[in-house]
Design a protein around this ligand. Structure first.
Ligand code: GLC
Length: 463
């Protein structure tokens, strides 16, 4: 990974938690953003949703407040999805929100509202456009007209499409102030890299938005990281990898063995775009632990909401985000600015780390004192419950002297009362450690015969 990527992504990797917003006229058929392709609809058939779109409840200020309460530090809205419909006021097409009953530039309002809440802003832009006449149709893997013989010999001018696509990206990067993030989507088959005239596109973007963080999908997708994971990323490699609906087993490491920035994109139910029959939502406690998992592996999580046709975020999503927010308010310090710990994963949960502070995310209650795996007793300076700042007691006692390499901390005298843990979702311990080398040895690092003199059986409950 080069220095420029590292510097550009600094804020991004500190932010850790973002909101993805998939919204468009597909919210009317209400079965996800791929409906046009899945039902192999013509533009004429799909046009009804363009005519009907009337999001009277669209209030991005409310969305922004919700994202803020959830502890999200950035948000990415679909300026245009694969169906080609633009939420922004593009001069290059009539197929846009300002020409619907909405009559508003929905992207501009989103950007203002989120910036006002201090949330970094990004736009998703589909490289694919099923509405444009010069996009490949027959035989394409995804196009709604892929099976229509009548397009078999149809002449298209793909360069005209690329001019249009580049022009729209230029509108986004020049008409809306500073963008923090651009999320291009996506490459497949031969449709990747220079097929998109990617070098030219990135040079143009960087001219107007030198610091914008860009995903890796001008080359890749959820199937393929592209050159960002190689020793020599191309100019259009993007700045981060974008695993989709899966958390990489061990983070993402490039050919040099270096951890590279990545972001898990995940839905809350099973759809990105609004789907009115999909009520299979992931519970908040699960999503909190997945955010911790991403952080502990050096990645971000961008969690999706799919507002309905009126512009409302589904109530299930709101509820989940409020619950995540309640946990983040007390424990966000163990996420923001944190990353992979120098200490391997403990069996009762996970570690995240920020400089000399380690955060223990305890999921499973111990019987007796909790072993802080990987932390030697003489490295441990202080431990607190992160949620309320209260100091914790060391747990070394007569029965821990057999395990001299490991520091122990007490979660209370009686294991019965420590189960479930103070926070059953994730009890976070804030651990201050001393620098690795040259520490004075203390506590149970004493030789066993001396330790026995110090710890009597009367303190056997670990206090
Ligand atoms: C996929 C889908 C798309 C969605 C995206 C989000 O590439 O095509 O609908 O927007 O993933 O990551």
């Amino acid at each position: 990974m080069n220095q420029a990527i590292r510097e550009r992504t600094k804020w991004f990797m500190d932010a850790r938690f973002g909101m993805f917003i998939h919204w468009g006229i597909y919210a009317i058929p209400a079965c996800g953003e791929w409906v046009m392709s899945q039902r192999e609809m013509t533009n004429e058939e799909y046009e009804q949703y363009f005519q009907e779109f009337d999001p009277t409840a669209y209030d991005p200020k409310e969305w922004a407040k919700l994202a803020k309460r959830a502890g999200m530090k950035y948000a990415v809205l679909t300026a245009k999805h694969h169906d080609g419909f633009c939420l922004f006021d593009s001069a290059l097409t009539d197929y846009k929100a300002t020409n619907t009953k909405a009559g508003r530039d929905l992207v501009g309002e989103f950007l203002d509202a989120f910036r006002a809440e201090g949330i970094r802003v990004g736009l998703y832009f589909s490289l694919i456009d099923w509405h444009h006449p010069d996009f490949p149709k027959y035989g394409d893997r995804h196009h709604p007209m892929r099976n229509q013989e009548r397009y078999k010999d149809a002449q298209i001018d793909f360069d005209r499409y690329l001019d249009f696509m580049h022009g729209q990206v230029k509108e986004l990067v020049t008409n809306y102030g500073k963008l923090d993030l651009l999320w291009f989507d996506f490459s497949y088959d031969d449709m990747r890299g220079e097929t998109w005239r990617a070098t030219e596109l990135i040079q143009m973007v960087r001219k107007y938005q030198p610091d914008v963080v860009i995903d890796n999908r001008l080359e890749g997708s959820g199937e393929n990281h592209g050159s960002i994971a190689t020793a020599e990323p191309l100019i259009y490699s993007g700045d981060f990898a974008s695993p989709e609906q899966i958390i990489p087993p061990e983070g993402i490491i490039d050919e040099n063995g270096e951890h590279i920035p990545w972001e898990l994109c995940a839905t809350m139910n099973n759809h990105w775009g609004y789907c009115n029959f999909d009520h299979e939502y992931k519970p908040a406690d699960m999503l909190i632990r997945k955010l911790v998992e991403c952080t502990s592996k050096g990645g971000n999580m961008i969690l999706n909401v799919g507002p309905d046709a009126k512009g409302r975020i589904p109530k299930e999503s709101v509820q989940i985000l409020e619950e995540i927010g309640a946990w983040m308010e007390r424990n966000g310090e163990s996420i923001y600015g944190c990353g992979i710990s120098e200490i391997p994963k403990p069996e009762w949960g996970r570690y995240t780390q920020n400089a000399d502070t380690i955060y223990a995310h305890v999921y499973e209650a111990p019987l007796g004192a909790l072993p802080l795996y990987g932390i030697a007793p003489d490295r441990l300076e202080k431990v607190y419950y992160l949620a309320d700042g209260s100091e914790m007691t060391r747990g070394e006692a007569w029965n821990t002297v057999l395990f001299q390499d490991v520091a122990f901390v007490s979660l209370g005298a009686n294991p019965v009362f420590t189960y479930p843990l103070p926070d059953p979702i994730d009890t976070v311990l804030k651990i201050k450690i001393k620098k690795a080398a040259g520490c004075v040895r203390e506590w149970t690092s004493l030789p066993p015969f001396l330790a026995k003199l110090f710890y009597s059986k009367s303190s056997s409950t670990g206090q």
